[in-house]
Write a protein that binds this ligand. Structure first.
Ligand SMILES: Nc1ncnc2c1ncn2[C@@H]1O[C@H](COP(=O)(O)OP(=O)(O)OP(=O)(O)O)[C@@H](O)[C@H]1O
Ligand SMILES: [Mg+2]
Length: 259
């Protein structure tokens, strides 16, 4: 069920020198939703994720997550509040095992979260064990537990994307920001990713999805926000967005530029 506002952006702005990458962007993500953020290359989608996760400072605006202001907080604080993220270019430590990579995700939350305080005083080894178990559970959720002991660098892209999702889940997020989780995946893997995103949402995690694969976006999102050159162009359910003239023009413009 879709509930109250979980994430609210108001008047968010980010310039890079003279380039206005994000111009006065406002939108709301409701608890329990799968919401998509789409738009041509360079529209400002990843920049919005970077602002929300404390990787980049915003020039103006507000971003509230469950009533707490995110802007100005350090990335680990934002993660500890329950905002998880996967990256457009997978950021795995290639020399570490898959399990170790996912354990990093759990540490992010465990230190400060409920689990961290519950374990305080009961020893580092106990914490290590809980972290390992949580990481294995996250790997099982994305169906790649069988590669837990392999170096992450050996995995094909399909599995790397799943491990990224597991690492984010291991931090027990309430909101998951996914930046092109299907990039580089074949059609079957993309369908499986869609199914996984649905399962994640059904398990109680709200999802904000950046994705270029339109069949995936249209198939799983309840609501879509379209950005173009840093500005909100349209917002609505998939059926309305697919027919929106302004959206079609923005994407056609992009194709024309590429020719
Ligand atoms: N750290 C940065 N420094 C300077 N310019 C940047 C930086 N990050 C992004 N930009 C620029 O800001 C604009 C928005 O980039 P962004 O990565 O947010 O787009 P995007 O919508 O995620 O695109 P894509 O679909 O290609 O991933 C682009 O013009 C990009 O070149
Ligand atoms: Mg991007």
């Amino acid at each position: 069920m879709i509930g109250a506002a979980l994430l609210e952006l108001r008047g968010l702005r980010k310039d890079f020198g003279g380039l206005e990458a994000v111009k006065d962007v406002s939108f709301t993500v409701r608890e329990g939703q799968i919401k998509a953020l789409i738009g041509p290359n360079g529209a400002g989608k990843t920049t919005i994720f970077n602002l929300l996760t404390g990787v980049l400072p915003a020039q103006a605006g507000r971003a509230e997550f469950a009533g707490t202001s995110l802007l100005g907080l350090a990335p680990h604080r934002i993660a500890a509040l329950g905002v998880g993220r996967t990256f457009q270019t997978t950021l795995l430590f290639d020399d570490m095992t898959v399990l170790e990579n996912v354990m990093v995700g759990h540490h992010l939350r465990g230190r400060m979260g409920l689990l961290g305080s519950a374990l305080r005083g009961s020893g580092v080894r106990a914490e290590e064990r809980v972290t390992r178990e949580a990481a294995m559970e996250a790997l099982a959720r994305v169906a790649v537990a069988e590669v837990a002991a392999r170096p992450a660098g050996e995995l094909p892209i399909g599995q790397r994307r799943l491990v990224e999702v597991a690492r984010a889940l291991a931090a027990q997020p309430r909101l998951l920001l996914m930046d092109e989780p299907a990039a580089g995946l074949n059609m079957r893997e993309t369908e499986q990713m869609g199914e996984l995103i649905r399962q994640i949402r059904d398990a109680g995690v709200t999802v904000l999805l950046v994705e270029h694969d339109m069949s995936l976006v249209m198939g799983i999102s309840e609501e879509i926000l379209v950005l173009d050159r840093g500005e909100r162009l349209a917002e609505g359910p998939p059926e309305a967005i697919q027919k929106d003239e302004r959206v079609l023009a923005a994407y056609l413009g992009e194709e024309a530029e590429e020719c």
